[in-house]
Design a protein around this ligand. Structure first.
Ligand SMILES: Cc1cc2nc3c(=O)[nH]c(=O)nc-3n(C[C@H](O)[C@H](O)[C@H](O)COP(=O)(O)OP(=O)(O)OC[C@H]3O[C@@H](n4cnc5c(N)ncnc54)[C@H](O)[C@@H]3O)c2cc1C
Length: 312
């Protein structure tokens, strides 16, 4: 692709959100480039669940099938690098890549996902994505009725408790430090006969990625077959924030969800998927990518329509 061609849309991120947007925009005859460094957050998993018609698919296979679909639309191309900088404004943005390439487009779509901060519990990295997960909608079925350790604390723990109890009632909660709970909340857990441990976790023992037991600093040993924990997440890229996109109090890019779905507060910049939503699921990301692509397409068509109207 020639470096100076003005495209319609640069999509940054080629996960379910970015690829779904690319498909819709390709079908709408827009000239699009997807720039993706290829480091999705779910790279640790073997199977993605809950994606209608693709339940249990390998994430890499889902990506391959998506690329196959998109390859039918010649106005979409791909660049396998990181975007390191953005300049310009609505109508003419320039994105520079880690390889020094510069691409220009009228609109930007950030579909950069979220990233985990390094896990601070010894042994957790070995089981993450195999028997330790973050979302029961994604992986709860596989661990149904198993003895589970839940690593969480404070109000989020109380929010999570009734949700996870739908998959298993063999639960032990570990807060890995101060629990952040009120007496009433502790009593509520007690009424449900859920053990609560505040001692820090010393280590997680596992065999071939399957957790066997959780060991606490106070000497407690908790046998279990699965873990759900609250990850420490950061945006997949700081670029939206650097460009002035508002970040919500839940740490994601704030976007319109009612009118121009996916539009940020910065003209010409859109965002979709995990980076712009609290619901972290592949099909939700794909759906948001699709809706956002429709917003971008409507806006581009409207702008073209208006400029044609004034030039006659
Ligand atoms: C352990 C685990 C298990 C999961 N299991 C399931 C499951 O079973 N079912 C399910 O539905 N969901 C599951 N999820 C959630 C699912 O993976 C996400 O909801 C989904 O991948 C979000 O899609 P996305 O397109 O928003 O972001 P991602 O898939 O994370 O894609 C973002 C892409 O943007 C790229 N990127 C970031 N910054 C830049 C940049 N500056 N330049 C270029 N590229 C960039 C990244 O490298 C990445 O490739 C799981 C997540 C985890 C962590």
């Amino acid at each position: 692709m020639a470096n100076k061609e003005l495209l319609d849309v640069i999509i940054i991120g080629g996960g379910p959100a970015g690829l779904s947007a690319a498909l819709v925009l390709g079908r709408a005859r827009k000239r699009v480039v997807v720039i993706d460094e290829g480091k999705p957050r779910n790279a640790v998993t073997q199977e993605a669940h809950g994606f209608l018609t693709r339940d249990g698919i390998r994430p890499s296979e889902l990506r391959r099938l998506a690329m196959e679909d998109i390859s039918r639309y010649p106005s979409v191309s791909f660049v396998r690098h990181a975007v390191t900088g953005i300049t310009g404004a609505d109508g003419h943005f320039q994105a520079s890549t880690s390889e020094g390439e510069v691409l220009a487009a009228k609109k930007l779509l950030f579909a950069v996902g979220m990233k985990d901060r390094p896990l601070d519990i010894p042994g957790l990295a070995e089981v993450y994505g195999k028997s330790a997960f973050v979302c029961p909608y994604c992986d709860g079925w596989e661990l149904r009725d198993e003895p589970l350790v839940i690593i969480n604390s404070g109000p989020e723990l109380m929010h999570f408790a009734p949700i996870i109890s739908g998959w298993s009632n063999r639960l032990t909660f570990c807060t890995h430090g101060p629990d952040g709970l009120t007496d009433e909340q502790r009593e509520e857990l007690g009424r449900h006969q859920i053990p609560l441990h505040t001692s820090p976790i010393r280590a997680i023992d596992s065999r071939d990625g399957i957790v066997q037991q959780v060991l606490l600093e106070d000497g407690t040993v908790i046998p279990c077959r699965g873990i759900f924990f609250k990850p420490d997440l950061v945006p997949g890229s700081d670029l939206p924030q650097q460009l002035g996109c508002e970040i919500s109090d839940t740490g994601v890019v704030a976007v319109d969800m009612l009118g121009m779905v996916g539009a940020t507060n910065v003209p010409g910049i859109y965002s979709a998927g995990d980076i712009a939503s609290r619901m972290h699921q592949a099909i939700a990301a794909a759906s948001m990518g699709s809706l956002t692509a429709a917003s971008i397409n409507s806006q581009l068509n409207l702008e073209a329509w208006q400029s044609q109207g004034t030039s006659q």
